[in-house]
Design a protein around this ligand. Structure first.
Ligand code: PGA
Length: 276
């Protein structure tokens, strides 16, 4: 039986403010996810937590679920104040790294070029990258979504070997849909239909670059205001392999609601596959 793996990545961003609270959140997530995992349904839900980097070492000692780092430098070591390199992240037990998050692009000057440097650096080690892409509200309103996504992918994947693709995930995160981005307005998730079109476009763009079936191995996630109420529409999408959750991952109960729905949704998808 083919296992369908669904990725649920919890991006805690710059939260919580104390290690104690981070430990409490992690305990809750671990207990809840372990309960889900005990029911054997032939699917696998891969829950990954991205805490603030300063907590990684402490949390790593007591974790049962994989961890990732929210950002990474592209150099190995040296005079780069404030940066953390991939061997350092590996050394404290990280398995994944987010690169090119729109908050880093918008507030900390990341560009498609630095995303490419980070991606190529990461691929020398064992961390699995989640490359974030997505259009702004203005770009969407001007009908530029496809152009922007293609450009972001082409530049990010420059000089990246086809052999590396199975390690890489792409998170489609429309900037306007991310909660907390627009301080004045309440952000809303994109529609599952739009997300499906974006996922198809992303895979098509990868195929144009690589001309290889290996592109089917790249996992495509969606992120932007996903919560327990709207998650079902995204789980049902065959074109989607997972979700990147920000705000809703800070509330353990809410996150576990998403996890439970993802777990059940994977079962339904698997049944569909078996009975086809
Ligand atoms: P959000 O964030 O779920 O709070 O919108 C998602 C993200 O930024 O990764």
């Amino acid at each position: 039986m083919n296992k369908k793996e669904f990725v649920l990545a919890a991006n805690w961003k710059m939260n919580p403010v104390t290690l104690k609270e981070a430990e409490r959140m992690l305990d809750g997530v671990e207990t809840g996810v372990a309960r889900l995992g005990r029911q054997d349904c032939g699917t696998s839900l891969n829950v990954i937590v991205f805490p603030p980097a300063v907590y990684l070492g402490a949390l790593e000692k007591r974790k049962t679920i994989p961890f990732g780092i929210q950002n990474i430098g592209w150099e190995w070591k040296g005079a780069y104040t404030g940066e953390i390199s991939y061997p350092m992240a590996e050394n404290v037990g990280c398995k994944y790294a987010i690169i090119g998050h729109s908050e880093r692009r918008r507030m900390f000057g990341e560009t498609d070029e630095t995303v490419n440097l980070k991606l190529r650096s990461l691929l020398q080690g064992s961390l699995k990258p989640i490359v974030c892409i997505g259009e702004t509200k203005e770009e969407k309103d001007e009908g530029l979504t496809a152009k922007v996504l293609k450009e972001q992918i082409r530049t990010a994947f420059e000089k990246v070997s086809v052999l590396a693709l199975p390690k890489i995930m792409i998170a489609y995160e429309p900037v306007w849909a991310i909660s907390g981005m627009e301080k004045s307005a309440k952000s809303e998730a994109d529609s599952p239909d739009n997300v499906m079109s974006a996922a198809i476009l992303i895979r098509k763009t990868l195929f144009e670059i690589y001309r290889s079936d290996v592109v089917s191995k790249v996992k495509i996630l969606y992120g932007g205001s996903v919560n327990g109420k709207n998650v079902d529409g995204f789980i049902a999408l065959d074109a989607l392999d997972g979700l990147l959750i920000g705000g809703a991952s800070l509330n353990v109960f809410e996150f576990l609601t998403v996890a439970r729905k993802a777990y059940e949704g994977c079962q339904i998808t698997l049944e569909k596959i078996i009975h086809q």
